[in-house]
Write a protein that binds this ligand. Structure first.
Ligand code: NAD
Length: 365
């Protein structure tokens, strides 16, 4: 499967976008009775059912919602492929105000749409969706994973995401400094939400010097007090650190930031860190900054829900599978170096290769 880079999609028609990004199916969902409007994007199901969370957002336009669903679902395909999971990539977006629009019938109607895909798409929690929302969705479809532990599910995946990110950072340190030790390393963790908080704990246990930033001052104070990390308020992009760990929003590697960065390594859990995959990924290479591809390093959460989906969840196994993220990150940066491409491109090529080769195996009787 050859997937083109997706930097210039603004001028494209919907079918051109699907063709360029390689999507299999997109479902537009509308229900006048409840006001539900949603898009379910199924990117690729060669390796298995398309798994990816549902996010709710007040998109400025339907087009913006569609682009988000397309990009996120494609990212899920590659995350599963490079991590060695038998899953495809999918994502759902619900267009609306998460504070006002969610009602029981609204969410259950969405569950019906998920069910109508008969397991080709499996949903989970994402931005602005709470556990209680997922429970309504699960009343109408069995294709939901990552439910809370009290419902027999695997619960919050963030600790495993943080663990995978931590071992990925160590792999990058090994590559850049010849040693995976993070003792004394200066690390900026941007965003101390669920993942950033657990990550900071791990880094501090190894005696790294951690600077934390967040727009939420209460969270900052709490994490600083419990871990001994130093609060940093201000523009962190010029901060003199060894490692920058983005754990807040996507697209923080953009025209305004990539030339300011004053670090050796970028390795963190946020999704879609590179605003433009090719352009900003290349600038990092030119600046000698080692980049751990986001969908490789942040796959711990997906591993967690994957085991849940198989009905084989166990915490130890989840953590032990997340340890492999160390090798997966090293593999991506080593291949990038060998081939003179960016780590992101290398990771996509690794994913493509697995999809193609396993796809061929599946064709045999
Ligand atoms: P979260 O919402 O719990 O935490 C995000 C934190 O970032 C919040 O504390 C928020 O206040 C802060 N933030 C927002 N804007 C900021 C800014 N401009 N500067 C600094 N901080 C800012 O989310 P999370 O679950 O910890 O996830 C963090 C990132 O990792 C997200 O990009 C998410 O998509 C990605 N991710 C999470 C998981 C997971 O298992 N939770 C898995 C894979 C990827």
């Amino acid at each position: 499967m050859e997937v083109k880079q997706i930097e210039t999609i603004q001028e494209q028609t919907i079918m051109e976008m699907l063709s360029d990004m390689g999507h299999e199916q997109v479902v537009f969902c509308n229900d006048n009775a409840t006001g539900l409007q949603a898009i379910i994007a199924v990117h690729n199901t060669v390796l298995g059912p398309a798994l990816g969370g549902t996010r709710m957002w007040q998109y400025a336009t339907d087009y913006e919602a569609l682009v988000d669903a397309l990009r996120l679902s494609r990212g899920m395909t590659y995350k599963a492929a490079v991590t060695g999971l038998n899953l495809g990539g999918g994502k759902a977006v619900i267009i609306g105000d998460a504070k006002k629009d969610k009602t029981e019938p609204f969410l259950r109607r969405f569950g019906k749409f998920v069910q109508s895909l008969n397991g080709k798409y499996i949903t989970a929690e994402d931005v602005n969706m709470k556990t209680s929302d997922m429970e309504y969705i699960a009343m109408e479809t069995k294709h939901v994973t990552g439910l809370p532990q009290f419902r027999g599910g695997s619960g919050d995946p963030s600790p495993v995401t943080a663990h995978g990110t931590y071992v990925g950072i160590k792999a990058m340190a090994k590559k850049a400094y010849g040693s995976e030790s993070l003792e004394g390393k200066k690390i900026w963790v941007q965003g101390v939400g669920q993942v950033g908080m657990y990550l900071t704990e791990k880094l501090r246990k190894e005696n790294a010097k951690v600077f934390i930033s967040d727009i939420d001052q209460d969270k900052l104070k709490k994490v600083a007090a419990s871990t001994g990390a130093e609060i940093f308020n201000g523009d962190g992009y010029g901060l003199d650190v060894d490692i920058y760990a983005p754990c807040a929003l996507g697209a923080t590697l953009n025209d305004d930031t990539v030339y300011k960065l004053n670090c050796d390594i970028v390795a963190g859990a946020a999704n879609n860190q590179l605003k433009k995959e090719l352009v900003h990924g290349r600038i990092l290479v030119e600046r000698g900054i080692l980049y751990a591809p986001d969908f490789v390093i942040n796959a711990g959460g997906l591993i967690n829900v994957y085991l849940d989906h198989l009905g084989e969840y166990n915490k130890e196994r989840s953590y032990s599978m997340a340890e492999k993220i160390y090798d997966n990150c090293l593999n991506a940066v080593n291949i990038a170096e060998e081939k003179g491409i960016t780590p992101q491109e290398a990771a996509i090529a690794i994913g493509d290769q697995r999809i193609q080769s396993v796809g061929n195996v599946k064709l045999s009787y």
